[in-house]
Design a protein around this ligand. Structure first.
Ligand SMILES: [Zn+2]
Length: 470
C-alpha cells in the first residue's frame, strides 16, 4: 500500500475490531462421547495484534467466488466455495464475514448449522471433521456491502461502492466485506472469480481472464483465475466503466491495464510504465512471480494505492513512476513473499519504499544513498525515530516509519555488505520464499549467512530501537 497524500498517511490508523470470542465453548457432559476429541476451531488465526482476524483449525487451498453486483441497487449476491483441510479435529470452525444475510451453508454438500457474531460466521458441519481431512464449504449470501472503516472513521477499505460500480482494496482485513474467508495473510490460497455485472461494465480481478466475457439477459459475466497463492487482502473485484489495454510487456509478460474513463488520458502511460517497471524489477529482484502484470486506476478518491496481486489499484489519481515502482515491487515483497504476522509489515513497505529509491537511482535522478542521507539528517526528535519499524503497531500499522525507516534499514544494510552481496541477498530472499511466508528473523538470518557478517547490531539499531541510529 502507498498513500498518495501525506495527510491521509498520518491519519491512517487501524483499530483491532472488538468482537466477543465465539469459540471456547465449554464441553458439556451431554456432548456425544464420540466427538469428545473434536473442538471448535479458534476465532482468530493467532496474530496477537489482530486476535479476531483469520481463524484457526483449518487451512484454505482454494476459493471459488461467484459475485453478482448491481451498482444501481448496491446489491451483492454471492456464492463462495472454499476448499480447505482441517489442522485439528474440528467440531465447528469460523469464517470471517462482515454484514450480509447468510442464506445457506453446506459442508461437503450437506447442510451445516451456522451462527453469526460480529464478523465471525461459525459453521457446525453435520459430521465433525477429522484432522487433515479435506472438506468443501459453500456459503450463499447477499445484501448491501458495507466497507470497513478504522476507528477514527478516516480510512475506508474493502468493497467500496462507487457511482458506476465498486472499488475493492482490502488491506489489512477488508476482504470479509465481500466474501466469507480466512481473512489473514497467514493463509494464502488460489482463486477463481466469476463476477457478473450489468452489461456495459467491466469487472477486473486478479490473474488472467478465462475466455471472453459472456452476456445474457443484460448481464455480463467475467471469469478470472489467479493460479498462484494469494493473501485474501490482495483479492479484488473492482468493477465499473473502464477503458482497457492488453498486450505484453517488452520483456514478454502478459499485461492488462484498466482506467476509469475519467483517466482515459492516463491509460497508455499506466500501461507503458507498468510494463517497463515489471521488466526492470525482474532483473533486480529475480523472475517475475506471476502470470501477468498491469494496473487499474479507478475514480474513487481513496488517497492510496494497493498492490492487488498482478494488478495494483490506484484510487483516484494518476500514479507517477515511483508509485508504480512501489506497487509492482510489492508483487515480490508482500504478494509472492507474504508476512505471517502484521508486525513484520516493514518486509512489505520498507522494501517497496526502497524500490522507489532504486527506481530513481536507475533513472539517474537521485541515488538511494543521497535519499538516505537526506532522511538521516532529520532532527533527533522527528517522530520517525521514536517508532521502531521492525515491530509495526496494530493501532498505527501504516506509520511512515514502517515505510521510510524500513527503507533506510535496507540502505544501511547495503552500505554494510556491499552492492554484490546486497542484490544477491534480495534475489536469494525472493527465490527461497517464492509464494510462501516470511518473518523478519528469517531475513536477518539470511543476510547474516550470505554476508558472513554479524549484522545483529545493525538490524537492532534500525528496526527495534526507539531512537535515531548513529
Ligand atoms: Zn506499499
Amino acid at each position: 500500500m502507498r498513500f498518495d497524500r501525506r495527510g491521509v498517511a498520518l491519519l491512517a490508523t487501524l483499530s483491532v475490531l472488538a468482537c466477543a470470542p465465539t469459540d471456547g465453548r465449554p464441553a458439556h457432559a451431554d456432548d456425544p462421547p464420540a466427538v469428545a476429541d473434536y473442538r471448535p476451531g479458534a476465532a482468530g488465526i493467532g496474530d496477537p495484534d489482530f486476535p479476531e482476524d483469520g481463524n484457526g483449525g483449518y487451512d484454505v487451498s482454494h476459493y471459488d467466488l461467484a459475485v453478482a453486483y448491481t451498482p444501481k441497487t448496491k446489491q451483492l449476491e454471492g456464492r463462495t466455495t472454499i476448499q480447505a483441510a482441517a489442522t485439528q479435529n474440528l467440531s465447528s470452525f469460523n469464517l470471517d464475514l462482515a454484514g450480509y444475510d447468510v442464506r445457506q451453508v453446506t459442508v461437503d454438500n450437506a447442510a451445516a448449522r451456522f451462527r453469526r457474531e460480529g464478523d465471525e460466521l461459525t459453521v457446525t458441519p453435520s459430521r465433525p471433521l477429522g484432522n487433515r481431512s479435506r472438506f468443501t464449504v459453500k456459503v450463499v449470501y447477499g445484501g448491501r456491502p458495507r466497507a470497513a472503516q478504522d476507528a477514527a472513521n478516516l480510512g475506508t477499505y474493502g468493497f467500496i461502492p462507487t457511482a458506476d460500480g465498486a472499488f475493492v482494496a482490502s488491506e489489512p482485513n477488508g476482504s470479509k466485506t465481500w466474501f466469507p474467508n480466512n481473512d489473514h495473510p497467514a493463509d494464502k490460497a488460489t482463486f477463481n472469480f466469476t463476477i457478473t455485472v450489468p452489461a456495459g461494465l467491466t469487472a477486473v480481478s486478479n490473474g488472467e481472464l478465462q475466455g471472453r466475457p459472456t452476456t445474457t439477459g443484460g448481464k455480463t459475466t467475467y471469469r478470472w483465475r489467479e493460479r498462484h497463492p494469494m493473501a485474501t487482502y490482495l483479492a479484488t473485484a473492482t468493477l465499473g466503466k473502464f477503458d482497457l489495454r492488453q498486450g505484453r510487456t517488452p520483456g514478454g509478460i502478459p499485461e492488462f491495464a484498466a482506467v476509469d474513463p475519467r483517466f482515459k488520458s492516463s491509460l497508455d502511460k499506466l500501461y507503458q510504465i507498468s510494463g517497463e517497471v515489471t521488466d526492470y524489477w525482474s532483473t533486480v529482484f529475480g523472475p517475475y512471480p506471476f502470470s501477468s502484470t498491469g494496473g487499474v486506476i479507478d475514480d474513487y478518491m481513496a488517497g492510496y494505492a494497493l498492490e492487488n496481486q498482478t494488478k495494483p489499484l490506484y484510487g483516484g489519481f494518476e500514479p507517477d513512476a515511483t508509485i508504480i515502482a512501489h506497487e509492482l515491487a510489492h508483487q515480490w515483497f508482500g504478494d509472492s513473499l507474504t508476512i505471517k504476522r502484521w508486525k513484520d509489515l516493514w518486509l512489505n513497505e520498507g522494501f517497496a519504499t526502497y524500490a522507489e529509491w532504486l527506481w530513481q537511482e536507475h533513472k539517474g535522478t537521485k541515488t538511494a544513498e543521497a535519499i538516505f542521507k537526506g532522511l538521516h539528517a532529520r532532527p533527533a526528535d522527528d517522530p520517525m525515530w521514536a517508532y521502531p519499524p521492525g515491530r509495526a503497531k496494530p493501532s498505527d500499522l501504516f506509520n511512515t516509519s514502517v515505510y521510510t525507516r524500513g527503507a533506510m534499514t535496507l540502505q544501511a544494510l547495503r552500505d554494510a555488505i556491499g552492492d554484490d552481496t546486497f542484490f544477491r541477498l534480495l534475489r536469494t530472499w525472493t527465490a527461497e520464499h517464492r509464494y510462501g511466508h516470511v518473518t523478519t528473523e528469517e531475513f536477518i538470518g539470511l543476510a547474516g549467512r550470505l554476508s558472513g557478517k554479524d549484522l545483529r547490531p545493525l538490524f537492532d539499531a534500525w528496526l527495534f530501537q526507539p531512537r535515531r541510529p548513529a
